[in-house]
Ligand binder design. Structure first.
Ligand SMILES: CC(C)(COP(=O)(O)OP(=O)(O)OC[C@H]1O[C@@H](n2cnc3c(N)ncnc32)[C@H](O)[C@@H]1OP(=O)(O)O)[C@@H](O)C(=O)NCCC(=O)NCCS
Length: 145
């Protein structure tokens, strides 16, 4: 499904950062940390040129997703749609663009992190055909200084 005609999708530019950050701040289910500063997001966009997307209505950013890959798996982060634009196919359209881009790079699978408490998020991903892997746990360590 394409989003409404008044919406267009394009690559996330660092000049979108301020608007994007506001959407993230308002989005339950998105956890923000030191990896979400303007500098860190700029680095992510440079490492994965053209993958991360925004949805724009007029000149306003209304949704965003970060997308990248490490040569083996694709990753989505921080998919968020401004509240008044939800349930109009925008999230689904952003995800479809990312999956197409990853497929073109011959990346066979895409992963994302979902808070266990994010039930609406879980319902969304399942609706889109994603599998919630109950056999895996996230294992993490801070990098060494
Ligand atoms: C989750 C989120 C991105 C969905 O975006 P959206 O643009 O509203 O979703 P869409 O309109 O593209 O919906 C796609 C499908 O999922 C379904 N869906 C969307 N939200 C849903 C929900 N909360 N519960 C159940 N199904 C849902 C839609 O009905 C639609 O189904 P259809 O294709 O059969 O019509 C949005 O609600 C959001 O920004 N949430 C807060 C941030 C968040 O949790 N992000 C995920 C982090 S992993």
């Amino acid at each position: 499904m394409s989003p409404r005609p008044s919406i267009s999708l394009r690559a996330f530019r660092i000049s979108d950062y301020r608007e994007v950050y506001r959407i993230w701040l308002d989005a339950e289910g998105v956890g923000l940390n030191e990896s979400d500063t303007r500098k860190a997001i700029g680095r992510f966009l440079k490492r994965n040129p053209g993958f991360s997307q925004v949805a724009v209505s007029g000149n306003r950013v209304v949704a965003v997703v970060l997308c990248g890959h490490d040569g083996r798996r694709g990753y989505l982060h921080h998919l968020a749609v401004a509240r008044e634009w939800r349930r109009k196919g925008v999230g689904k359209a952003l995800v479809a663009v990312c999956l197409r881009k990853l497929h073109r790079e011959e990346i066979p699978k895409c992963n994302l992190f979902l808070f266990a408490t994010n039930r609406p998020g879980r319902a969304f991903w399942k609706r889109l055909g994603w599998t919630v892997r109950g056999d895996l746990r996230l294992v993490q360590h801070r990098t060494l200084s």
